[in-house]
Design a protein around this ligand. Structure first.
Ligand code: PSV
Ligand code: MN
Ligand code: MN
Length: 408
């Protein structure tokens, strides 16, 4: 028996003692799909500097090539999100075909309401009607692109806000936003979803029109069932209990998706799971518990979550950083799969404070590497995807692209 098989057998025995079916957990892990963002493959940075790296994609087609490499090595990333106009092309069907030929599909389409000069004082909430119209037109164009690339997710982040008290009329802006979203929502086809993201500050510093989950939830609730909330893990004030937000949105059937990344201070967009792995684990605990809910609405909401990475690499080598994020997600997801829910419930009902806490913590403390190795072996994937990337020669190959590819 190999060392890994022995480790798997040990983990299996430990799981059996805790009433957890390890093979079932492995099957669920194998089905986990995580979308990677096209902008994570290009050069991006901070407001101080964008450092150019050799070999980054020069166009959206090459971003897809890099996303395909991540999928080939991890087996977990069959879709890639695009951002318009960063990924503007003449022929979106050709872009979708290019993805398909490499075993990928185009996932979420992200409109960009923050880089046009006209949007300096707001896009969908601008006091000037013609600028609001321009922003709405851009979003409708994104719905057309969704049709062409066969995407079902329109992922919206509204950067609008003000820097000073009195600069804008908060209530008028709220109504303009609602009006705009109603028009966009009406253009969605059945099966398409509008995922509404929120962020508490930046680029605006005094007030942001969609600042938190409650505002995004309210907007979604007013629009209808095809609108849901998107939780970007980096978009909350320090100390926010993100898993609580996740639980609440799940219970209301309004959790649509995630943008995973890590933050230490603000919207840092670092490698997923690099800073607060326990938080990521606890988020997955809420989701996996909800997947088994007797309430079919809650269970199906949990099963339909769009798991996406939203990372932007200033100093990291792009492809290995993306693979690291995917592996970290798989690790925390695997740990959450090892929670014995019956035992947790038992201890909660007995008001066993420490015992209940221990059930979660002990799952987090388990070494799930045998699960990950088993999964990769069964799918014919390399045991160490990052090592395999460096050995593949792909880095040398793309260095021929030279410098100058931009994520933004
Ligand atoms: C905004 O900070 C954000 O998280 C949104 O999701 C954007 O689409 C993404 O970053 C890329 O700018
Ligand atoms: Mn985001
Ligand atoms: Mn962000």
């Amino acid at each position: 028996m190999s060392r890994m098989d022995q480790a798997y057998a040990l983990l299996e025995a430990e799981c059996r003692d805790r009433g957890v079916d390890l093979d079932a957990a492995c099957r669920r892990l194998a089905a986990l799909e995580v979308e990677t963002p096209s902008w994570g493959y290009g050069d991006s940075g901070t407001r101080f500097k964008v450092f150019r790296q050799r070999g980054v994609p020069r166009n959206p087609f090459e971003k897809i090539d890099d996303a395909a490499v991540v999928h080939r090595l991890t087996g977990a990333c069959p879709s890639v999100a695009i951002h318009i106009p960063w990924d503007k092309v003449d022929d979106y069907r050709a872009l979708a075909d290019h993805a398909r030929n490499q075993g990928l599909r185009i996932g979420a389409v992200n409109p960009n309401l923050f880089q046009d000069d006209d949007y300096m004082l707001g896009s969908l909430t601008n006091v000037q009607p013609e600028i609001r119209r321009k922003a709405i037109r851009h979003m409708l164009e994104c719905v057309d692109i969704m049709r062409e690339v066969d995407s079902s997710v329109l992922s919206l982040w509204v950067p609008d806000g003000t820097n000073y008290p009195g600069q804008g009329d908060i209530r008028r802006r709220k109504r303009w936003l609602e009006e705009a979203l109603r028009e966009v929502y009406a253009a969605l086809e059945p099966g398409m979803r509008l995922l509404i993201e929120y962020k508490f500050f930046e680029p605006a510093f005094y007030h942001t029109d969609l600042a938190d989950w409650g505002m995004a939830y309210l907007a979604a609730e007013k629009l209808g069932p095809q609108a849901q909330v998107l939780v970007d893990t980096g978009h909350h004030p320090q100390g926010t209990n993100v898993e609580h937000i996740v639980a609440l949105l799940l219970d209301e059937g309004r959790l649509g998706g995630f943008h995973f990344n890590s933050r230490k201070y603000a919207d840092d967009d670092l490698i997923v799971g690099a800073i607060h792995p326990y938080e990521l684990f606890l988020i997955f605990c809420q989701i996996l518990e909800a997947e088994q809910s007797d309430d079919e609405r809650v269970a199906s909401t949990a099963r339909s979550i769009a798991y996406m990475i939203d990372q932007s690499h200033a100093i990291e080598p792009k492809i290995p950083a993306m693979i690291r994020s995917v592996c970290n997600i798989q690790t925390q997801f695997a740990k959450a799969l090892l929670v014995p829910w019956h035992l947790l419930r038992e201890r909660q009902e007995a008001n066993d404070v420490l015992g209940a806490e221990a059930v979660l913590r002990e799952a987090f403390e388990m070494d799930v590497r045998p699960m990950l190795y088993r999964l990769r072996e069964e799918k014919g994937l390399p045991a160490d995807p990052i090592k395999a990337f460096y050995e593949s020669g792909y880095e040398e190959k793309i260095s021929e692209r030279g410098f100058g590819g931009s994520g933004w």
